[in-house]
Ligand binder design. Sequence first.
Ligand code: FUL
Length: 485
Amino acid sequence: MKLSQSLLLLLSVCCGADILSQNGNTKPPQALLPVPSAAQMAWHEMEMNAFVHFTTNTFTDLEWGKGNESPGIFNPSQLDAGQWARVLKETGFKTLILTCKHHDGFCLWPSQHTEHSVKNSSYKNGKGDLVREVSDACKKYGLKFGVYLSPWDRNHAEYGKPGYITYYRNQLKELFTRYGPVFEMWFDGANGGDGYYGGAKEIRRINGASYYEWPATLSFVKSMQPHVIFFSDAGPGVRWVGNERGVAGETNWNTISTDTLFAGKAGIEGLLNTGSPDGNKWVPAEVDVSIRPGWFYHAKEDSLVKTPAKLFDIYLTSVGRGSTLLLNIPPDRRGLFHENDIKALKGFREILNKEFAVNLAKGKKVTASSFRGKAKAFSPANITDGNKQTYWATDDLVTNGSFEIDLGKTVTVKYILLQEYIRLGQRVKAFTIDVWKDNSWQKVAEGATIGYKRIIPVTPARTNRIRVTIVDAKACPVISNAEVY
Ligand code: FUL
């Protein structure tokens, strides 16, 4: 080791931050656990996913089918899964999650374990397989495919008894071995109550914490497809956001302790909405919301499709708060996305394209209160370089600091977008944003968490400089990106 290197090493140790490696280079910050898995990281980057609710409910006008529906009523006249996938692709969605079986128990694929499926429907004279058509359409349009298989089954005679668990796993086996990769598996929290149950027509209650033997079921699915992400209130892949209005917590931690959580547990909505800063697992919130009041298509809701402006608001309270949006678009009785829904999706896309047309911070000069080991690898220039793999970081003991973006000219600013490099954990606990105006810094926003992505709308301000201050963080801040619109 050269003298200068030993001096540097000594200095950094004396300062309480051993951030130099043997060769004198500054080491990157250590990961602050928990951190996302590779599959969770890919899920964060999807940002916009689509849900498709379709079953006999579409033909009975119900939201929760009772389980006594005749399969014969399922008869979409012009079904075109290619239309769904094309519209979703064109409007910026990355995936499609299909209700292969909802609470009524009707299966959209010809399962060999029940008669309550498309094989006894009028659709294609019983020769149809919707799961096949939808997974094929997803492949054709480059969308990832996901499945919803309701644990609660109001049709099945053995629901509530051990035999149903075997049935449920047999169905998972069909879905996970026949249709190619499944990126996400949805386990709904609505469980137990009255139903047809093979003709018993009674109320059946189950213990949500133990009945389904989830650990064994999940390992069984993982043995078939190791990369699948599991959604439920308790994850383990992603968690419910605690409401169906499209709103993630303004403070939104990707971390939560799941020890006492299970799907459907009452009274946990608040916790699911915000997560917890000291949570011991990485289980980010997914924002599921429907484009219509109901999850299934009802003609009487044709005039109640959410407007493009409302969808944009939801985007800001989901993706803009570090979550992933899961927007439901229910096909109508023809088996097509309705014209009004398509119009709303296209209008939503136009707003996104317009509001986020030009990133005013791209490639602009950034200075910071300090940066890690004064090394270029961690310099504030990484924040505007357009590369999400590079980041600004401070020394280990420095858990606050600020950076300033020089926009080069005076412009009108409406949104500031920030991203932490979450591969090293979620860190920021408090931040403020100021704009330079009338020869002083003026605070335009403050918040707690940033996470994968935070988009902060501000009252439009004319300025040429923006300052972001990390007021407090769990460990040295690690910021990969800032954009200004
Ligand atoms: C809920 C279900 O009961 C709704 O019908 C819908 O599927 C929604 C996504 O989850 O818990």
